[in-house]
Design a protein around this ligand. Structure first.
Ligand code: ATP
Ligand code: LTN
Length: 337
């Protein structure tokens, strides 16, 4: 049977990230390093979610650049286009086509309950568009098109995943088995990296203060300066404690960069002050990012080759996308074309 992967026994994974800025160390720990680790065990589809990103107004040239930057960063973090299917969402019209069908299965109330919709509407009060409202339906289409079994996402996407599961079940019950009902694959606790300037907020690619985030293409000096300037809490002990989010966040970064657990870090820095600890964190994080940054620049430099990889990925992805959409169109009663 026609299939985009050679090994049909493996479970299917799909995930995506919006190209709304340079990816941060948060994306590495919360998403990309796991994506890379899953490639042998699963058949993986990884996409740059550019259709999603226009729910917030974008500058066209910036979006075009960010889309390619994001794809290059996936590769720099270990996504291998020979093993996984790497593509740009807008290259496949099926995402939009399935969204239209699933929109007619989604209640207004279901979309208006989504916390991300409520947050984004509050942050972009000047542009609360229908696309922002139906964002989770597009996300459901991304997942259901490829019959994904597992969807690795952060905790913030759990509610969207739940809607996706409901839509799949609703469609299957209304017609007959059409979609796999996917399971969330939520990255474990401890992986969430907070802003260096306000550790009560998630580190984000679109933070207006660039000192708040460590970008995966930052140079060594920039990384070290950002960590040295990171906001810490009152007190001086190097101890993991949720009531001291600044130092705890630095400990998480040290853990990610060195693999040492919190207890080992506390022992290593017992009696040391914030200053010494920050220097150690800065060194370790700079060492972690250096090979990612180097690979990123080498992949990004050859835009022609990058576009070829993405075209190849889109062609492979379209095999399954077309198959699912054909099935859906038939079930809803559209005349065969
Ligand atoms: P935005 O462009 O809306 O600011 P963002 O930078 O907050 O976005 P997303 O694009 O929503 O991040 O992130 C995609 C995925 O990357 C998340 O679902 C999560 O798995 C992971 N991720 C992003 N930021 C972090 C973080 N700080 N810590 C851990 N994981 C993160
Ligand atoms: N909404 C997600 C990005 C995203 C996604 C997906 C994740 C778009 N489509 C499909 C998993 C599966 C986000 O902002 N993190």
């Amino acid at each position: 049977m026609e299939n985009s992967f050679q090994n049909e026994e493996k479970k299917i994974i799909l995930s995506g990230i919006q190209p709304s800025g340079i990816l941060t160390i948060g994306h590495y720990t919360g998403a990309l390093r796991n994506w890379a680790a899953m490639q042998d065990e699963f058949n993986c589809y990884y996409m740059v979610a550019d259709l999603h990103s226009i729910t917030v107004r974008q500058t066209p040239a910036v979006l075009r650049k960010s889309t390619l930057d994001t794809a290059a960063m996936f590769i720099a973090c270990g996504v291998d286009p020979e093993k996984s299917i790497l593509f740009i969402q807008s290259h496949l019209p099926e995402h939009s086509q399935l969204t239209w069908v699933l929109n007619t299965f989604t209640g207004m109330g279901e979309c208006s309950r989504m916390t991300q919709f409520k947050d984004k509407s509050a942050n972009h009060a000047e542009n609360i568009n229908v696309g922002l409202f139906t964002y989770p339906v597009l996300m459901a289409s991304d997942i259901l098109l490829y019959q994904a079994n597992l969807v690795p996402v952060g905790e913030d996407q759990r509610q969207h995943l739940e809607l996706c599961r409901n839509l799949a079940q609703r469609f299957n019950n209304n017609y007959s088995e059409t979609f796999i009902v996917p399971e969330p694959y939520i990255v474990k606790l401890g992986a969430k990296i907070m802003s260096l300037q306000d550790p009560s907020k998630k580190m984000s690619k679109s933070d207006s203060n660039s000192n708040a985030s460590i970008f995966l293409n930052d140079d060594d000096t920039t990384i070290k300066n950002k960590i040295k300037r990171a906001v810490t809490d009152s007190g001086s002990e190097i101890k993991y404690d949720e009531s001291r989010p600044g130092i705890s966040n630095l400990m998480s970064l040290y853990y990610i960069a060195t693999g040492k657990n919190y207890q080992a870090i506390e022992e290593e820095f017992s009696g040391a002050g914030y200053g010494d600890f920050k220097i150690a964190v800065a060194e370790a994080v700079a060492e972690l990012i250096a090979p990612i940054r180097d690979k990123y620049f080498s992949v990004r430099k050859d835009e022609k080759a990058l576009k070829e990889i993405l075209t190849y990925g889109a062609e492979k992805a379209s095999i399954q996308a077309r198959k699912t959409l054909r099935k859906v169109y038939k079930k809803v009663g559209f005349v065969n074309f």
